[in-house]
Design a protein around this ligand. Structure first.
Ligand code: GLN
Length: 481
């Protein structure tokens, strides 16, 4: 059996029965990585020695967590104690966090094994992983195409069977869009569901960590482990964490599924549109009631997001000045050292965003840009609240197109920003949303279906996505690497 093909829950099953060992899984995954990662380039770093040590330690321990012996890949903007964390930026080269992020601490408590850290767009700014300060990750379905971004390394690693599952982060679509491009499942939980402590901040009011997995059940399993209030993140919410796997398998008959008319617009690829419409048909056959809804402020979301996210980024990234973290350039005095460090350390997209955000926050423009964008954000949130008075979930395409070619959009930031049009409103509103595969284009590229839920109603999102998955075969397809 090719163990690297397994998902998390299948592997747990076999481990439980004693049919395989976690060494078998590690061996299989590292040889898979050796066989394919020179083409996919999903990993920034591998932690092989540490992984085998950890596997040995786990053997001796009495306590069996929910993920005992399961190797996972972690996006390289999550701090892991003692392991270099780069955010795919030159400015963090050599930065070794002295502390562990809360999510990976929870994974550790539950017996996971770190395989390695995955590539991303520098500081999670981008939609293609082309903005990585190190190298581009390739889409396992077509190596000439992008895997999406910014969690492109995590999504590609899952799709290429280089890990059993992964964590990503999502500020404007960075879990869901790469999941869609790579034909896997990506879940951004409600803002506040998962602690952001130890996630290097991009836009703090939007960032959220979530799972990228081979199927919906694995997504629920990982969410069980990483969710919950954390006193170290004041925006994590003290609400009860249900068992997210409990509702899987419940039928969806009678649920109301909203389809927003503003999401079927010019620029939506006809093959993607067809895929989504067919998926909606499947939900209807499963007994869901399909209702047209309206999210009238959708057209303003991209503009509002790129003001708010860049404003927050300009403030968050001020700390990288050569003093405390990673890279430091020479300078004739302190100010010169700051300037040289930032000039050499940040890549072009990060600089662009720092400048945009600084401009939007400056005294003379604050009301015209930042304040206006905040007001629009409230309207977008209200759109969702109104729609959710009528329906239980909303379904949309995850992205207007399937994976595009490497190099196609990278020199045109506006085109790149527009590719986030269907994922961004969800972050502005703070609601949970999951992308799962719902078909393939004629070129064999995966298409993603986005299911959006009410605040803290991840359970219904998972229930609908699972019901859909179980009545289709898309999640069983694998790229022919
Ligand atoms: N693509 C979006 C951006 O460039 C979202 C990134 C993210 O979610 N981290 O900002």
């Amino acid at each position: 059996m090719e163990l690297f093909r397994l998902g998390i829950s299948e592997a747990l099953d076999l481990l439980d029965k004693g049919e395989i060992s976690s060494r078998d899984i590690l061996d299989s995954l590292y040889s898979r990585i050796e066989a394919v990662d020179d083409r996919v380039r999903a990993f920034i770093s591998l932690t092989r020695d540490r992984a085998y040590d950890r596997m040995e330690d786990l053997k001796g321990s009495e306590k069996r967590g929910l993920l005992s012996g399961i190797p996972l890949a972690i996006k390289d903007n999550l701090c892991i104690k003692g392991i270099e964390t780069t955010c795919a930026s030159k400015i963090l080269k050599g930065f070794i966090p002295p502390y562990e992020s809360s999510v990976t601490e929870r994974l550790l408590q539950n017996g996971y094994i770190l395989l390695g850290k995955t590539n991303l767009d520098e500081f999670a700014m981008g939609s293609s992983t082309e903005n990585s300060g190190y190298f581009v990750t390739h889409n396992p379905w077509d190596l000439d195409r992008v895997p999406g971004g910014s969690s492109g390394g995590s999504a590609a690693a899952v799709a290429a069977d280089e890990c059993l599952g992964a964590l990503g982060s999502d500020t404007g679509g960075s879990i869901r869009q790469p999941a869609a491009f790579c034909g896997v499942v990506g879940f951004k939980p409600t803002y506040g569901r998962v602690s952001r402590y130890g996630l290097v901040a991009f836009a703090s009011s939007l960032d959220q960590i979530g799972p990228i997995t081979k199927n919906v059940k694995d997504s629920a399993l990982l969410l069980n482990v990483i969710s919950g209030h954390d006193p170290r993140d004041s925006t994590s919410v003290p609400v009860e964490v249900p068992d997210f796997t409990a509702g899987l398998g419940r039928e969806i008959r009678g649920l109301k599924v909203g389809v927003p008319k503003e999401y079927f617009i010019e620029g939506l690829d006809p093959e993607v549109e067809q895929g989504i419409k067919t998926a909606i048909g499947v939900l209807e056959r499963l007994g869901a009631e399909i209702v047209e809804v309206s999210l009238p402020h959708t057209g303003y979301a991209v503009a509002a997001y790129y003001i708010l996210a860049t404003s927050e980024a300009s403030s968050n990234l001020a700390r990288f000045d050569g003093v405390k973290y990673g890279f430091r350039a020479d300078g004739k005095d302190l100010i010169d050292m700051y300037m040289e460090t930032r000039a050499q350390g940040f890549g072009p997209e990060v600089k662009r965003r720092i400048m945009l955000g600084t401009y939007a926050l400056s005294a003379g423009y604050y009301d015209a840009y930042y304040k206006k964008a905040q007001q629009v954000r409230t309207l977008i949130k209200t759109d969702f609240e109104e729609a959710f008075k009528e329906v239980d979930v909303i379904v949309t395409p995850t992205s207007p197109t399937a994976a595009f070619k490497i190099g196609d959009k990278v020199s045109d930031p506006l085109q790149m920003y527009l590719s986030d049009i269907f994922t961004i409103s969800v972050n502005l509103a703070g609601v949970p949303a999951l992308s799962s595969p719902c078909g393939y284009t004629s070129e064999g590229l995966p298409v993603g279906l986005q299911v959006i839920g009410k605040h803290f109603d991840e359970e219904t999102v998972l229930r609908v996505s699972y019901a859909y998955e179980q009545s289709t075969d898309w999640h069983k397809k694998r790229p022919g690497l």
